[in-house]
Design a protein around this ligand. Sequence first.
Ligand SMILES: Cc1cc2nc3c(=O)[nH]c(=O)nc-3n(C[C@H](O)[C@H](O)[C@H](O)COP(=O)(O)OP(=O)(O)OC[C@H]3O[C@@H](n4cnc5c(N)ncnc54)[C@H](O)[C@@H]3O)c2cc1C
Length: 424
Amino acid sequence: MAEVVVIGAGVAGIQAALDLADHDVHVHLVEREPTIGGHMAQLDKTFPTNDCSMCILSPKMVEVARHPNITIHTCTEVESVAGEVGHFQVRLKKHPRFIDEEECNGCGDCIQICPVEVYNRFDAGIGVRKAIYKPHPQAIPDIVIKDNEHCIECGLCYDVCGRDAVLREDHEKEIDLSAASIVVATGYRTFDARNKPQLRYLAVPDVITSLEFERMINASGPTGGRIGRLSNGGTPRAIAFVQCVGSRDMSLHRPYCSGVCCMYAMKNAMLVREKYPDTDVIIFYNDIRAYGKGYEEYYERAKGMGIRFIRGLPGEVMEENECLVMVAENTETGEVERHHVDLVVLSVGLEPADGADAIAERLGIPRGENGFYSVDDEKIGPVLTPRPGIYVAGTATAPRDIPDSVAMGEAAAMRAYIDAIRAN
Ligand SMILES: Cc1cc2nc3c(=O)[nH]c(=O)nc-3n(C[C@H](O)[C@H](O)[C@H](O)COP(=O)(O)OP(=O)(O)OC[C@H]3O[C@@H](n4cnc5c(N)ncnc54)[C@H](O)[C@@H]3O)c2cc1C
């Protein structure tokens, strides 16, 4: 059976893997995190329908796990790629999980007993996890990982595991594969808001990022879906969303629009108004970019729900009597406005994933001036890199939403499939 490697198991990579596997191609799905799913697994609802994100993604993740033509390689990265279309030799490096993956049945007894709590990256900074953990309850593969950096070797997890699945020793492994073609879907990371110190992220507890807000409003997130101030736990009476944090900002060398922030801010503002109808919600924006199918109507719906849109970005966030003060010039009225709010949500932009430069080098594919992988022709070859047999999909190429990322995953899968049948 022909083989294809898909790098990155966010929604774009998952879609590519499923399409290929359904066409009798064996897929090696390479993900560096301990679970597949990518950013979509962290989201609460998805615009423009406000469907639950995991309700859409989780069945696809389960399908990947059950598919006989897909091998999932988690905690794994690509070390090197040699050869050419039809005959690539791919070397993977699998990082230690300190768990016997065959034996662990994901029961979670070890998690219950572990006494160590550390910051949970999946909850984007507002939740904790144990030193032995699952990133989230619907993780695939449904097994734990031991974080040896924080493990205190108390021994409780070894004792409680009836299957001897927790390992004291583990080491990196090399895996060699051959593949007819490769799909790169390594996604994005969000802008680090500390690089805009005037917005006081991490200096003031009630300034959070949009991804943290997604976790906070999520019923299975660290607060059980309750929106609270991180300073005193109180329910905010006024919330401000600040757009273009790390996008369209020449001073930060990020001239591009991140494409999804207007829409996700409207989504979260609507969810607040639905849950807490008395909360005053303001969106400070540059321009509203609602370009997709049904998106303009979504914007109209948001306005109809009493969300206040102020065209102007606050220069800084100030503190005053337990409140946060935002001063912005409303560029529609020319007035300088001063607003007191309890919670500020920064709509952080999208940038290439960590390590995108190393992947580009190892695979011999180019990146554009903003660091995303570039293609030969955006119009008629949006997934084609200059290197035959290597295709790109999703936000690894530019900021984009879920429907576009999925469509690119499908397109890249078709291209990779053609190489696979030619090689066979
Ligand atoms: C706050 C926020 C809210 C959003 N809300 C919505 C919404 O409501 N609707 C919508 O349509 N879009 C929304 N988006 C955008 C959405 O998150 C993306 O469109 C989508 O998740 C992109 O999927 P992807 O597969 O391209 O990338 P990702 O989800 O980033 O997946 C990439 C995967 O590749 C892995 N990876 C990276 N590098 C490597 C490597 N070197 N080796 C192996 N694996 C690697 C990563 O760990 C990750 O699992 C939102 C974005 C944000 C920030």
